[in-house]
Design a protein around this ligand. Structure first.
Ligand SMILES: [Cu+2]
Length: 487
């Protein structure tokens, strides 16, 4: 598995018998007695009182996407950037049938949604992979409103077109806005540049050591090393599936209050996003409300979501997302008046204004986790480097990892220390962290900067074995994953 790509292994598998597939499941560290995922209790699957059942079907399949004059053969849930978009209300029961029309096994993970274990979509940990031709039914009650997305948890399939927004409305939403705009950021190579499976195969072959790594003490007087977001070159950066030369335009009226639901679905790019001529008022992150805060621009790491409200000015305005540390970026427009749109290289001064890092936010009272003593603390050290490429947690790569073993009903603290020169957006499944260093801010994806330590608490109230990993999926696939396991 280290020298040839997963895709080629799968495509070369011919009839793909069960044995061949089992050999490709490289993420089954602690199999149940049968050799498959351990099963945990499933809660009763009925909608909350007054709520309904949302039925949907997804058909992951080969598609060709039009990125705006750039034609990209890839894998997707349909022909549009948001094909498969799922929407419902908190408390709804979601019933989603996933029929795999790919030549590779797949899965669907509902990123950020606190689902029960069997619906979490991680092959080898919560389910068997969905083999080609098979259909798998996901059923779960989505407890919290917010802005989410979904994607496979199978290799680097996210780096193809396999992701879509997942919007869960709040039945008690005050609705203090006139319209909304879902904004999905992405980095793109599939079908026009290198194949994601070839990239990951080459990186795995480097097999970089993760046992040591620099520690904060070795950094001496080095100042903020910056936002080195990734090491892979992408030919294109997209907003809502379009390159900057063929941008999307949101049409509105001056004075309207618009809720932006911004999702970073990129595989290995941190973006800095701003709307020219406007201040953003951040209202939610990762689905949960924050104390409202104004800013010129926001950093969005892979897997993070921010909701922001803006009052539209009169004119045509660029929504610009700079690919942090990479050069280039993505672009869209907001139009409330006639007139010519700026060119694709328009300067957006707000990008260099006040830029908000998520951990500077504070939670809204309604999303605050009650104070309490920490029962158990785990060190989560992030190790590795770009050359030779390899990433790990606590000195170990996924597969040789040591799960964080927890028991139910405790307050668990993860002390995450980034001992590398690159940023790592850490993501936990099935739970939402409260960050004591940010006044208890709730998040499921937290950017840990080089040499930084972030403490993140959670309540163990959702039994299972849950992924804890970097959402730079090339880091994850080359080792930067572990699990938190209820025992
Ligand atoms: Cu990482």
């Amino acid at each position: 598995m280290t020298t040839i790509s997963r895709r080629h292994v799968l495509l070369g598998g011919g009839a793909l018998g069960a044995t061949a597939l089992a050999g490709c499941v490289d993420r089954a560290p602690s199999p149940g007695p049968s050799g498959g995922p351990t099963s945990y209790p499933t809660p009763s699957l009925t909608p909350r009182a007054g709520r309904t059942t949302v039925e949907a079907a997804l058909r992951p399949r080969p598609v060709t996407l039009d990125l705006g004059g750039v034609s990209a053969p890839t894998w997707g849930y349909g022909d549009e950037w948001d094909s498969g978009l799922l929407r419902g209300t908190a408390g709804d029961l979601f019933r989603v049938d996933v029929s795999n029309e790919l030549e590779a096994s797949t899965s669907v993970h509902w990123h950020g949604v606190r689902v029960h274990h069997a619906a979490d979509g991680v092959p080898g940990v919560t389910q068997e992979p969905i083999v080609p031709g098979a259909t798998f039914r996901y059923e779960f009650v989505a407890p919290d409103p917010g802005t989410y997305f979904f994607h496979p948890h199978s290799g680097v399939q996210l780096d193809r077109g396999l992701h879509a927004p997942f919007i869960i409305d709040d039945p008690d939403e005050p609705g203090a806005y006139d319209d909304e705009w879902v904004v999905v950021l992405d980095d793109w190579t599939d079908g026009v540049g290198r194949d994601p499976d070839d990239i990951v195969a080459d990186l795995k072959a480097e097999d970089g050591d993760v046992s040591g790594g620099m520690g904060p003490g070795m950094m001496g007087g080095m100042r903020n090393p910056g936002m080195v977001s990734g090491s892979i070159e992408y030919p294109h950066f997209l907003i809502n599936g379009r390159v900057p030369a063929a941008p999307r335009t949101f049409e509105g009226r001056p004075g309207q209050r618009i809720r932006l639901r911004i999702i970073n679905a990129a595989t290995e790019t941190v973006f800095r996003i701003a709307l020219g001529g406007h201040r953003l008022t951040v209202t939610y992150t990762d689905g949960l409300p924050v104390r409202e805060r104004g800013t010129d621009a926001i950093y969005l790491a892979m897997g993070e979501r921010y909701d922001a409200v803006v009052t539209l000015g009169d004119g045509v305005f660029p929504l610009a997302a700079r690919a942090e540390g990479k050069g280039g970026g993505a672009l869209a427009f907001v139009r409330t008046a006639s007139g010519e749109a700026p060119t694709a290289n328009v300067r957006v001064p707000e990008l260099d204004g006040d830029v908000l890092l998520g951990t500077r936010l504070a939670p809204a009272e309604s999303s605050r986790l009650p104070d309490g003593d920490v029962d158990d603390t785990f060190d989560v050290r992030l190790n590795g480097q770009v050359d030779p490429y390899g990433w790990g947690i606590n000195g170990l790569k996924y597969g040789n990892h040591e799960p964080l073993d927890v028991t139910e009903g405790r307050r668990v603290r993860m002390r995450m220390t980034n001992m590398t020169m690159m940023v790592h957006p850490m993501h936990v499944h099935g739970h939402s962290w409260a960050l004591p260093g940010s006044g208890g801010l709730r998040k499921d994806t937290v950017l840990v900067a080089p040499m930084e330590t972030i403490e993140a608490d959670l309540i163990t109230d959702n039994p299972g074995e849950w992924m804890l990993h970097c959402h730079n999926l090339y880091h994850a696939e080359t080792g930067m994953m572990t699990t938190m396991r209820y025992v």
